[in-house]
Design a protein around this ligand. Structure first.
Ligand SMILES: Nc1ncnc2c1ncn2[C@@H]1O[C@H](COP(=O)(O)OP(=O)(O)OP(=O)(O)O)[C@@H](O)[C@H]1O
Ligand SMILES: [Mg+2]
Length: 256
């Protein structure tokens, strides 16, 4: 029996169908604990076993580091050493790696080639500092809800020139000061780890081609949780080939 068939044998009929279908994009919706992650892990192993993808050309994205290492373990259990090179990571670490690979382009965003990453606590302190500088009462306006608003606006990905209704008055002042302060310190926040790679893909055709060439297949777990920039990034990276498979459970959506 071929290695591919051995992999398919370990699945139930609908799981098998999802793994063996490789002719275009595939969205798998199934309930909790039904074997979605198992299907993704087998799909990766299947693509490698068929010989049409090298493990390092396969990108599997998840939302948490825990899910990424679990996925890695599952694939390595199926493929052994062969599976070691694949890109299994979170959306954020994928974004970080893309920024790092293209760091010579970062000055376009007002960043240096070396940049710091602000976590949520760093971002919150920065917002608080800015609010104090603008004489905004941080008892009346919570810095963390201000940061949530900033984050929402960033992730709405409005076209340039279109102002968000969420940024009226002081909100806009804090927002702009926050973005400027980050860049002045050559820093990015967690949202930027998704948004700046997306902008690179949108604004630079050569880079887009290069990034697409690195990927033969894209697999996404917990697809019900993708936000707008993540969705747009996947759409950019997939290109015409349509070699993407996503699995999710609409009932577990964090957006309700
Ligand atoms: N065909 C199968 N044969 C043997 N075990 C299976 C099969 N399908 C699923 N399982 C087992 O069921 C359990 C749940 O599978 P898995 O984690 O892949 O589900 P999931 O749909 O990703 O769950 P969640 O909704 O929590 O993300 C695992 O222990 C997995 O190995
Ligand atoms: Mg799962």
């Amino acid at each position: 029996m071929t290695a591919e068939n051995r992999l398919l044998e370990k699945l139930n009929p609908s799981q098998r169908e999802a793994v063996a279908y490789c002719d275009g994009p595939l969205l798998v919706l199934a309930g909790a604990g039904s074997g979605k992650t198992r299907v993704l892990a087998h799909k990766i192993a299947y693509l490698v076993a068929r010989g049409d993808s090298r493990p390092e050309d396969i990108l599997a994205v998840t939302f948490t580091n825990k899910a990424a290492s679990e996925m890695k373990e599952r694939v390595e259990a199926l493929l052994g050493e062969t599976g070691a090179g694949m890109q299994v990571c979170t959306f954020h670490s994928f974004g970080l790696r893309m920024l790092f690979r293209n760091r010579d382009l970062l000055p376009r965003f007002g960043l240096g080639e070396r940049f710091a990453i602000f976590d949520r606590a760093d971002s919150r302190s920065l917002v608080k500092e800015i609010m104090e500088g603008l004489n905004i009462d941080t008892k009346q306006f919570e810095p963390s809800s201000m940061l949530d608003r900033i984050s929402r606006v960033k992730n709405d990905c409005l076209p340039p020139g279109r102002d968000s209704p969420l940024l009226e008055g002081i909100y806009g002042d804090v927002f702009r000061a926050y973005e400027e302060a980050l860049r002045r310190q050559s820093a990015v926040d967690f949202d930027d780890l998704l948004l700046l790679p997306l902008r690179l893909l949108q604004e630079d055709g050569e880079l887009l081609e290069r990034e697409r060439k690195r990927l033969s297949w894209i697999l996404v777990d917990e697809y019900q949780d993708v936000n707008k920039p993540q969705y747009l990034t996947l759409k950019k990276l997939v290109g015409k080939g349509g070699r993407i498979m996503v699995v999710g459970d609409p009932d577990q959506s964090i957006y309700g």
